[in-house]
Design a protein around this ligand. Sequence first.
Ligand SMILES: [Zn+2]
Length: 493
Amino acid sequence: MPLYQTQSLKLYNTLTSEKEIFEPITEGYVGMYVCGPTVYSNVHLGNVRTFMSFDMIFRYLKHLGYKVRYVRNITDAGHLENDADAGEDKITKKARLEAIEPMEIVQRYTVDFHNVLNTFNFLPPSIEPTATGHIIEQIELIQSIIDNGFGYIVNGSVYFDVHKYNTSNTYGILSKRKLEDLIHNTRALDGQSDKKNPQDFALWKKAEPTHIMRWPSPWSDGFPGWHLECTAMSTKYLGDFFDIHGGGMDLKFPHHECEIAQNQAAKGQIPVKYWMHANMLELNGARMSKSTGNYINPAELLSGDNDIMSKAYNPSVIRFFIMQASYRSVLDLTDDGLAAAEKGFHRLMDAISLIPNLKPSKTSSLDVQAWKQKCYDAMNDDFNTPILIATLFEAVKFINQIKDGSATITSEDLELLQSTLNTFVFNILGLVNISKDQVGSDKLTSAVEILINLRKEARLNKDFALSDKIRDDLAQAGIQLNDSREGTTFTTN
Ligand SMILES: [Zn+2]
């Protein structure tokens, strides 16, 4: 019997502003779409936090036994500098500044994005589609929106008619904004715009002669509006009505609001059952921003090469720090916070390493089954990782008491304790076990990587005796190699 039949998961749905019992549209299956990065610069640490929240959610849903199709897109065209459909395409601008092809920008920062996420031990999504790979689907969507009377064409561009839409639907249903307030609070059009109303948004933009990224369409050579790609790709892979749509809080309006309007206008169907939004990451109590200098990127945080933190932090320590807050709370990144997380992380790892040396007794002084259910209860309460971690630390305390002789455990409970800790710490929170002396030990990592590469060569040469010897000798030394489709990684015990 899959776990989801015995564990009742609740999640906070932005659409209803309530914690709801999670019931997928099709029993046993979950479709989840998360808005991915616009690949025109190194991935922002705040975005890493958002994607990490959904990585943890993906891991837990899979653990519960759901078959999850997780789609996270790459925005490689159409994202303009400003929400009012003005300014340059972010990727085109960077390409112009660096005098290289837009697709070189896309390639460079997609690689950076994947590298950073791999460093933080993310699972790859099931599908990672790109906007430029789905131009035809976007053109078809625009045509349906026009055919249904919600889109209008001006000078080769196509706009979504928000005012018309709002006469038969509710624009603002997700962000709880009212169109009247939006009208009241936006400046009038400056005469340059083709839009009927400032609240309307672009579905297709005619490309200026200098615009490099362009595709043919029935209306003009141009490019799709940013909001459209997510509607096209989410519904292509997950259906016109799917379970979970996630993203950062900043995408709730206008991006996600526009996605709802587009789907409703094109297909007469609200697209998503549960909307989930991950909160912001601040730095030293203020918004992270490159322009104010209150900014640190993932590489600087990991290498220690920055003026903000006192030292380098291991990716698992940073992951542990992020998981100590609920994904729905604002989290403040500070040196003190990371240093405290580092201590906590090592206490947890030390306790896990102690387990194989603990002596079982005839009785247990902790109800391990009840403790295990507490771990599930925490996660079932809208993925409450801070409560989960507090519960994991009850086990840490207990393990240390067993070691001191002030508590006892049966061998059966010891096994259950170990497997439960492994499940929650490594599979669900996605932490990697590293010993204290290994932190910052780049030399060990380099040495093991040399051996991993030698073993890969040996396997390519079909010298399996040598490849097995490298693996077995490393295991003898306490270093386990883990092979997967993405390559070989290692863990130490
Ligand atoms: Zn999106």
